[in-house]
Design a protein around this ligand. Structure first.
Ligand SMILES: Nc1nc2c(ncn2[C@@H]2O[C@H](COP(=O)(O)OP(=O)(O)OP(=O)(O)O)[C@@H](O)[C@H]2O)c(=O)[nH]1
Ligand SMILES: [Mg+2]
Length: 368
């Protein structure tokens, strides 16, 4: 999988005039930008051309290198030590105990670690493995299997390999600060590099600064942003974004949402309102419900994720800030405990710091 299954070149035709509602609303939003100083993204030169036109093999190599780089810290600590275990050569009880300790230490979680160890030990016994290097191979294969187990139910990154719907609607969820907005910008950037046109719906209307942040990102990565003013109904923003997508012949609509889980915010209610609006426009949408999880908070990411999986049918996960942790094991817990396929990983703060997640590439990188 790359970001969009089928790369489509958009016509360079003259664009139809801006959608009035959206344009007016955008102006209003600017007027309300009282907290512009808090905007996380400073205005930068548009960088929309970078990455365009790269060949498939080159892209694949880039993904491998990116995953490798993002896992530097993890490799130096927990998983690096796991590799060290096998170089000792002996398969004894001590090895299994240390392996268990290291997997749990890397945020893999107790239940998932136990499951992995049981499977590897079973393999070792049934195949009569005597060589530590072979145990390492069995461990790698088991880890890959854990990651590949959750079936994708989304229509963009799932099992369904038919042509992606147009516009494909991606609803992005996650607790505040996990990296939703940044990931959305990176996605829009990647889609653009693949020749697809993305529109971002600034449906996190909680803070003016949040709206400004999305707009600044939109400018930076060359994606149109549909925004209303602070406090506006997120469903209205989404409605306008979907209308704009129709009139502009956009391929993808990415919806940024507010991720607050405090008592005053009724996630379930908010989401069902969004769903109603989306499905009135397009009954098959949203085509992906992407849950953004912060790798640096470890097991807490699972607890947060559960609140969202209860409120919506999450189809895929993006694990952000992989570059900022030494414990990459949470990815196994997400696949195993939540049964959500990880499809993307955030590897830094720049637009190009997003890699499609591939189980083999990930596990290979951990042990390299
Ligand atoms: N190192 C690193 N930082 C990241 C990554 N993704 C996001 N960030 C940073 O995380 C912080 C929060 O990101 P946002 O995109 O604003 O998070 P959000 O989920 O939209 O937050 P709210 O809008 O407050 O709900 C920013 O400082 C980002 O630069 C990543 O993959 N790696
Ligand atoms: Mg945000």
């Amino acid at each position: 999988m790359r970001f969009f299954r089928r790369s489509r070149k958009t016509d360079d035709d003259e664009q139809p005039p801006q959608d009035k509602t959206a344009a007016e609303a955008a102006d209003e939003a600017v007027a309300h930008a009282d907290a512009a100083a808090a905007v996380a993204v400073e205005s930068a030169e548009p960088i929309v051309d970078a990455g365009a036109g790269a060949d498939e093999e080159g892209l694949l190599r880039e993904d491998v290198e990116q995953t490798d780089r993002a896992l530097q810290r993890t490799k130096k600590s927990w998983f690096g030590h796991i590799s060290g275990l096998f170089s000792r050569g002996d398969i004894d009880e001590e090895l299994w105990e240390e392996l268990e300790e290291l997997l749990i230490g890397a945020d893999t979680g107790v239940a998932t670690t136990q499951k992995i160890l049981d499977q590897v030990r079973e393999r070792v016994e049934s195949d009569g493995i005597r060589d530590a290097a072979e145990v390492e191979e069995a461990l790698k294969e088991t880890l890959v299997a854990v990651l590949n187990k959750p079936e994708g139910r989304g229509k963009l990154w799932g099992r369904d390999t038919s042509a992606p719907p147009k516009p494909a609607v991606i609803l992005v969820l996650g607790v505040n600060g996990t990296g939703k907005t940044t990931t959305i910008a990176k996605l829009a950037y990647a889609f653009r590099a693949e020749g697809s046109k993305a529109i971002i719906a600034a449906a996190d209307t909680f803070r003016a600064a949040a709206i400004e942040q999305v707009k600044a990102w939109g400018e930076r990565v060359g994606a149109e942003v549909v925004a209303h003013k602070q406090g506006a109904d997120p469903a209205a923003v989404v409605f306008d974004a979907l209308t704009a997508a129709e009139s502009r012949d956009a391929d993808i609509v990415i919806i940024d949402t507010a991720g607050r889980l405090h008592t005053k915010f009724n996630l379930m209610e908010e989401l069902s309102k969004l769903y109603r609006v989306i499905q009135r426009k397009e009954p098959s949408a949203p085509h992906e419900v992407l849950l953004v999880l912060d790798a640096t908070i470890g097991q807490n990411a699972l607890i947060q994720a559960e609140a969202f999986t209860k409120a919506a049918e999450v189809t895929s996960a993006c694990l952000t800030k992989l570059d900022g942790t030494s414990k990459g094991g949470i990815v196994f817990a997400i696949a195993d405990q939540l049964n959500i396929p990880v499809r993307l990983v955030g590897t830094g703060e720049q637009p190009e710091d997003l890699a499609p997640f591939d189980a083999e590439t990930f596990v290979e990188a951990l042990f390299r």
